[in-house]
Design a protein around this ligand. Structure first.
Ligand SMILES: Cc1ncc(COP(=O)(O)O)c(C=O)c1O
Length: 497
């Protein structure tokens, strides 16, 4: 087994040596994962978990073609992008081919956050002068100091921390937001909110540099902006002299099934000025990219600032990026996301008809949110219930997370090789957890409608254990690694809990 320490010691060492602000999933009872393959993760005891949350392992954990591409290039050369190399241009060409024509100039980075830090310079050297403001749909991305400055997900925890150059537009949430599904024009109404903010900024003598939004909000609670919203916002922002930045870090690379990029779901008449991408791009290897137009790239160049990033665009990262694109194509993962995603959404909607706790099921492809509510009429977020459910699902060896401003939205964004059987297994476990929860809390479970979840035979649903073909392969590989020899290092101090 591929462990250096016992689970207890890992926890204790983490408590001692890793900063407390670095959180773990399932903090009450963390999972130790020692290896993974495709859409499955294995803990230190060899128990298999169905991974419904790792959108980074996009084409499947440890995909052999991606691993091989990294290994082959690592054996040959790895260096920075100041040397001419084919991989960086090959990857740039491939990415440009997936995007609408004006978007073809790439800046490679090793983390999605790059744009939000150094990218501020990038923006400020557009056609504008300092100082300029950034306008954001009320969403996350977060985690980095530079990013925290503009991320409501982060700074709302400290109400005073929002910088004066950041403006936050209401999330275009038609389920729980200001303008809901019954509104005659939610897209227009939410876009008008953006216009209002721009006008107020102008009245205060400020200028708008950019509007940043995820094409579909992930940590914001799996929110899909209403059709036409981005077009209208882009119009307001461009009229104000700003640019539109689509954050595809979580939702890009075919996840939504209908299109390669999530922003493309909003129609061909919407093209952002800048697209940021990361996470799935390297299937776990740190590679990310900012793609923009020639015009914006030239404005950046005219500023006189060089863009250099030690790791961005290195030959190994680009080989990995190319391999990921190859696998998406060869294995038709976009088609799979559409087919399996539709099937899963259908199953979940049947669950919604059965369980009063499910207020809304929304998403596209393999990016789905289940909004849990205590009261369907009032749409009161069922935050505690969501936490309870993810722990119970973990016991059933299904990894889910809960997010959104109220942490009540179960997020489903699995590796793209997720199958129809995985979807059915996951939904059956959820059904069981919801049934027990609703019975124990006395909350009303709605009568099962006729086309409820298809009856399934009672065969054992226990996920297979170690002796799967994948496990054998991995164990064999693990043995080559001295760190996986089964010897344990001396224990550290116990974590104070
Ligand atoms: C939507 C979004 N954008 C940007 C980022 C930043 O990416 P990274 O963590 O690779 O720096 C994240 C990270 O979670 C994200 O979710």
């Amino acid at each position: 087994m591929c462990e250096l320490y016992s689970k207890e010691d890992t926890l204790a060492l983490r408590g001692k040596h890793i900063g407390p602000s670095c959180k773990v999933f399932f903090a009450e009872d963390p999972v130790k994962i020692v290896r993974a393959r495709r859409q499955y993760m294995f803990d230190e005891r060899g128990q298999r978990y169905l991974d419904c949350i790792n959108n980074v392992a996009h084409v499947g954990h440890c995909h052999p073609e991606v691993v091989q591409a990294a290994r082959a290039q690592m054996e040959l050369l790895n260096t920075n992008s100041r040397f001419l190399h084919d991989n960086i241009v090959a990857l740039a060409r491939r990415l440009a081919a997936t995007l609408p024509p004006p978007l073809h100039v790439c800046y490679f980075t090793n983390s999605g956050y790059f744009f939000y830090g150094n990218g501020a310079y990038f923006l400020n050297t557009n056609t504008f002068t300092f100082p300029q403001d950034i306008l954001k749909a009320n969403i996350k991305p977060g985690y980095h100091f530079s990013l925290c400055k503009i991320s409501p997900y982060k700074f709302q925890k400290d109400k005073d921390a929002k910088k004066e150059f950041v403006h936050v537009a209401p999330a275009p949430d038609t389920y729980r937001g200001r303008y809901r599904e019954g509104h005659p024009d939610p897209a227009g109404a939410y876009a008008d909110e953006v216009k209002k903010i721009i006008d107020e900024a102008h009245a205060g003598g400020r200028k708008i540099a950019a509007f940043i939004a995820e094409s579909m909000q992930s940590c914001g609670g799996q929110i899909i902006p209403p059709k036409g919203y981005f077009q209208k916002v882009a119009e307001h922002v461009r009229r104000a002299g700003g640019v539109f930045i689509a954050d595809e870090v979580q939702v890009g690379f075919s996840r939504v099934g209908k299109s390669f990029w999530s922003f493309q779901m909003h129609g061909e008449d919407f093209v952002p000025d800048i697209v940021t991408m990361g996470k799935p791009m390297g299937n776990g290897h740190p590679v990310a990219c900012v793609v923009t137009t020639q015009e914006i790239a030239e404005a950046f160049y005219r500023s006189g600032m060089e863009y250099f990033n030690t790791y961005g665009g290195n030959p190994v990262s680009c080989a990995v990026g190319l391999a990921v694109l190859d696998v998406i194509e060869k294995e038709d993962l976009q088609g799979n996301a559409l087919r399996v995603g539709n099937h899963l959404t259908e199953l979940l909607n049947k669950q919604k008809a059965k369980h009063a706790l499910i207020g809304d099921v929304r998403g596209a492809g393999l990016f789905i949110g289940i909004d849990l509510v205590k009261d369907r009429e009032k749409r009161t977020p069922a935050t505690a219930e969501a936490q309870h459910i993810i722990y119970k699902m973990k016991e059933k060896r299904v990894l889910l997370s809960a997010d959104g401003p109220h942490r009540n939205v179960l997020k489903i964004k699995p590796p793209m090789c997720f199958t129809a059987e995985d979807a059915e297994f996951m939904v059956e476990q959820l059904d069981a957890v919801l049934t027990v929860l609703e019975e124990s809390t006395g909350s009303q479970t709605k009568p099962v409608i006729s086309e409820n979840i298809p009856h399934r035979t009672q065969k054992s649903k226990e996920p297979p254990q170690e002796n799967t073909p994948d496990a054998t392969t991995d164990n064999a590989r693990g043995k080559r690694n001295s760190a996986c020899s089964g010897k344990r290092l001396p224990p550290g101090k116990r974590l104070k809990t």
